[in-house]
Design a protein around this ligand. Structure first.
Ligand code: 13P
Length: 250
């Protein structure tokens, strides 16, 4: 049985006080979520200790949105995987399209980040997805295939067991435009088949999340697809009721 996960990527939203309140509101409703669905929240770095204190002892996982591609030292403004682990972080989102697009993150850089995260016992939530022009040119399988192969095929099977994948078509992020459940299932199944080339039967055990304008009104249909094991939620994760409603959609 694959793990079902609904993760909230808060991106660069909320003050620390607002983030703490959001975490409290999610915690207050976590008992409504089916026991086999893991909730994860990914606040900004400066919120992590305060939000972690709210979530301590609960079933809700704590994630960062990024980590450095170096171990330590003179890298002004960076936050290392070890620092994140030291404050109780369990997951780290890596390779989000916003980081690839605005901060020049390449597959090569992501190989380093994933290795460092795994080395500190963090579970990477590795994001892949094509841009609109790539989909329109029929290149979505090629793009996603290389994001998977160039990064995840460098891992051992043991390392791969800790990785969660999130498919986020860039054209669906924050646009209100969701991939249809058929489009999402088609790519999720392709990702699983690609993983199987390298990892064999382990591919069946890897959790693959969908992200991109996922909300209470469309989560049920998306999560009903065979290869969709949950969601990576942006905007709707900033409203506790919506986030929990999405997690109740399985
Ligand atoms: P939205 O849910 O706001 O479209 O964002 C998706 C996302 O990028 C999650 O990482």
């Amino acid at each position: 049985m694959r793990k079902k996960i609904v993760a909230g990527n808060w991106k660069m939203n909320t003050t620390v006080a607002e983030g703490v309140q959001l975490a409290k509101d999610v915690l207050a409703k976590v008992s409504e979520v089916p026991a086999d669905v893991k909730l994860v929240v990914a606040p900004p770095f400066v919120h992590i200790s305060s939000v972690g204190a709210v979530l301590e002892g609960s079933s809700i996982g704590l994630s960062a949105q990024n980590c450095a591609d170096e171990v330590k030292g003179a890298y002004t403004g960076e936050v290392s995987a070890k620092m994140l682990a030291s404050v109780g972080v369990q997951y780290v989102i890596l390779g989000h399209s916003e980081r690839r697009e605005y901060y020049g993150e390449t597959n090569a850089k992501l190989v380093k980040k994933i290795g460092l995260a795994l080395g500190e016992g963090l579970a990477p939530i590795y994001c892949v997805g094509e841009k609109l022009e790539e989909r329109e040119a029929g290149k979505h399988f090629e793009v996603v295939g290389s994001q998977i192969k160039e990064v995840l095929f460098t891992l051992s099977a043991e390392q791969m067991k800790s990785v969660v994948i999130a498919y986020e078509p860039v054209w669906a992020i924050g646009t209100g435009k969701t991939a249809t459940s058929e489009q999402a299932q088609e790519i999720h199944s392709f990702i699983r088949a690609t993983l199987a080339e390298q990892f064999g039967a382990l591919a069946e055990e890897i959790t693959i999340l969908y992200g991109g304008s996922c909300k209470p009104s469309n989560a049920k249909e998306l999560f009903a697809q065979k290869d969709i094991d949950g969601g990576l939620i942006g905007g709707a994760a900033l409203v506790a009721d919506d986030f929990v409603a999405i997690a109740k959609s399985f």
